[in-house]
Write a protein that binds this ligand. Structure first.
Ligand code: RRO
Length: 317
């Protein structure tokens, strides 16, 4: 019996529930094309700002010793939103793989987000917007996701502009009161139909023992952590929002996926789709085929034929 890995997000069907984490392999058209040609179920573009940005000085990404994860302080390098709008206009929405397109927006101010959302609204394309409230790496710009008032105000402005289902990329939260407050805000907005949990765990510091030097250059070595070491934080955030969001709202899991096992855990926690970041960076787009195969094997061994059978069904003691 075949295993069904398809899912629907924001009313759009994905042939399988895996996609890239925004930021990885998705800044340039050739990278996006590699994702189109991979076995991913969808793709999302690098978070866009109003104007193109070179980002922070290199080295600005490094894997951590022992394959436990990564640190980055890219600083939002992107081609400017018009590049991704143009990509979205030319995207083949009838591609044979049936992959939909997600577009990530990360304005440096509410005014930037407003302009970009208006442009995408006016273009009236079948792509799905994900507004990134959680970039940890722009010097002098605190994350909107950690300022509940600012986040609610931003949604009050952006929700009516977008005017149809969209999602938000969230930072990890570490306090139950913050899960409660954030979920209560999202539940006020009918167009917010998914949250993506989690962006990188902000402002870690990785140091090389031999050279006694920070691994990355920007911000005195401080950067966002991703990969296996953030898995329990990611699962907690997925599950916290899965439990709190109104019916009809979904969670996309992101963080700590290196194999089919972690995808399975994200689904158990409540994820409707799962993104791969650090492992995609390290392995390339072949990761989607491998992880999918591992997930199918695991589901088959456990007797599951579709992800709905175990989504959100994590048992507690
Ligand atoms: O570009 C980045 O430095 C970056 C962004 Br916008 C983000 O959302 N998450 C991250 O880890 N890095």
């Amino acid at each position: 019996m075949a295993v069904d890995l398809s899912t629907t997000i924001a009313g759009v069907k994905l042939p399988n529930l895996l996609l890239n984490a925004s930021g990885v392999n998705c800044r340039f058209e050739n990278e996006l094309q590699q994702l189109v040609e991979s076995k991913s179920g969808s793709l999302i573009t690098k978070s866009a700002t109003l104007n193109s940005r070179e980002g922070n000085p290199e080295p600005r990404y490094a894997p951590l010793a022992g394959s436990i994860g990564s640190i980055n302080s890219m600083g939002l390098p992107n081609q400017g939103y018009e590049y991704y709008l143009n990509y979205a206009k030319n995207f083949d929405y009838n591609n044979t793989a049936g992959k939909p397109l997600f577009i990530s927006l990360a304005g440096l101010s509410l005014a930037e987000n407003k302009t970009m959302c208006e442009a995408f609204r006016d273009a009236n394309l079948p792509c799905v917007l994900e507004v990134n409230f959680s970039c940890p790496n722009v010097p002098g710009k605190p994350q909107v996701g950690y300022d509940m008032e600012a986040m609610e105000q931003a949604l009050q402005v952006l929700d009516p502009i977008i005017g149809r289902p969209f999602g938000i990329k969230l930072p990890p939260y570490f306090d139950i009161a913050h899960f409660d407050q954030a979920a209560a805000i999202f539940n006020k907005f009918d167009n917010v139909v998914f949250v993506t949990c989690i962006n990188s765990v902000g402002n870690g510091l990785a140091i090389d023992l031999d050279s006694e030097t920070a691994l990355i250059k920007p911000k005195d070595g401080f950067g966002g952590l991703g990969g296996l070491l953030v898995l329990p934080t990611a699962l907690a955030n997925v599950n916290a929002f899965y439990r709190r969001l109104k019916p009809g709202k979904q969670v996309i899991g992101c963080g700590g996926v290196t194999s089919g096992k972690e995808v399975f855990l994200h689904i158990l926690a409540g994820a409707s789709a799962v993104e791969i970041g650090t492992q995609l960076m390290e392995e390339g787009t072949g990761v989607f085929e491998r992880v999918q195969k591992e997930l199918v094997e695991l589901m088959t061994a456990k007797g599951y034929k579709s992800v709905e059978e175990f989504r959100g069904k994590v048992k507690t003691l």
